[in-house]
Design a binder for this molecule. Structure first.
Ligand SMILES: [Zn+2]
Length: 343
């Protein structure tokens, strides 16, 4: 848990890049292309691992355990590059950043390939990121390009903890790939409240739910215990958990995009968003694949509000007040939603 927890907590505390897909202040994140769906002939994900970091092959193996599960579930989106880095071999890191620069070469650009690579490697944010890697600082998260060539990247600046924590390594891979799928169906040039983009609770809550559920399907965690932890003390997301947050916060709105900054309360998106996802599946009875996958597919064409209504069987306007009163019930009542239904 330590690795994952620290990633999340860092994200909370510092508004760093992990999972802040929409953070325009991020040094890594870039703005997004217009919505488009998956295309054919997407290459398989590419790993770029610092020399010496994965001597027994388990770092990639345990990442792949999550990634391949997620690709089987969501489909193959990309191109997707996974960077697992560390401070111990500077030459290897500089070589990996040259590889990264090459992936970003636009063959139709006026500048030559050599010039594009040179320009990329001297960008302020790239120079700063390499420095972070060489200092052993731990950051991570998903980033993506705004212009041709379109690609997605999961960057872990110091993957040494990840290398010795198979559970969190797999868990993180599952979580980030759900975001790759989500972003592929969003126009993040728009605001998160836009109908062509998804709200933060949909992004983080659904990825928190799906990654925990898939971890349980892989036999690696107990899903119900995890969902209870989110209520009770926050699980691997952070503190406070849902119950403590709600006891101190009488007025909150799942759809508001203010909690990244205001009161440092992104558990609204991760933890309560995960429970909102559970509500749709286990209370409203919507099929899991519809909630986690299918409803995103038509967002580029019809927008999220009509897609939500069509797939979930109620409008967003109807959903928010129903869920808001649901989540305030006692733990034992909430946990009953996971019990098998008779008949
Ligand atoms: Zn995330």
């Amino acid at each position: 848990m330590k690795y994952f927890a620290s990633r999340f907590q860092t994200a909370f505390r510092m508004a760093s890049i992990f999972c802040l897909l929409w953070d325009t202040h991020s040094s890594l994140a870039e703005t997004q292309r217009p919505a488009e769906t998956a295309t054919v002939s997407i290459p398989p994900p590419t790993f770029h691992v610092a020399e010496g970091l994965d001597q027994d092959g388990s770092l990639i193996k345990n990442y792949q355990r999550g990634l391949q599960y997620a690709i089987d579930y969501f489909g193959n989106y990309g191109p997707y590059h996974i960077y697992l880095l560390g401070p111990d071999n500077e030459e290897s890191i500089r070589q990996i950043y040259r590889e990264r620069a090459i992936t970003r070469v636009n063959p139709k650009a006026e500048d030559s390939e050599t010039e594009q690579i040179r320009q990329y490697l001297k960008q302020t944010n790239v120079v700063a990121e390499i420095e972070k890697v060489l200092k052993g600082e731990k950051e991570g998260g998903l980033t993506w390009t705004r212009e041709t060539p379109i690609l997605y990247e999961d960057v872990t600046t110091n993957a040494s903890q990840r290398a010795v924590d198979p559970i969190e390594n797999t868990w993180g891979a599952l979580h980030e790939y759900h975001h790759v799928f989500q972003i592929s169906h969003c126009d993040t040039f728009q605001s998160r409240s836009s109908d062509l983009h998804i709200n933060s609770w949909m992004a983080e809550g659904m990825a928190t739910y799906s990654s925990a559920k898939f971890m349980a399907n892989l036999g690696l965690i107990d899903f119900e215990d995890y969902m209870h932890q989110l209520l009770d003390q926050g699980g691997n997301i952070g503190r406070p958990g849902i119950n403590e947050f709600l006891s101190k916060t009488k007025s909150w709105d799942l759809e508001k995009e203010i909690y990244w900054e205001q009161g440092n309360a992104p558990q609204v998106y991760y933890m309560i968003g995960a429970w909102a996802t559970a509500y749709l599946i286990h209370v409203r009875g919507v099929e899991e694949k519809v909630v986690l996958r299918d409803w995103y597919l038509v967002i580029p064409r019809i927008g999220k509000s009509p897609s939500f209504r069509n797939h979930m069987g109620l409008s967003l306007e109807e959903f928010y007040p129903l869920f808001s009163s649901f989540i305030r019930r006692p733990d034992d009542v909430l946990m009953k939603i996971f019990e098998p239904q008779d008949g």
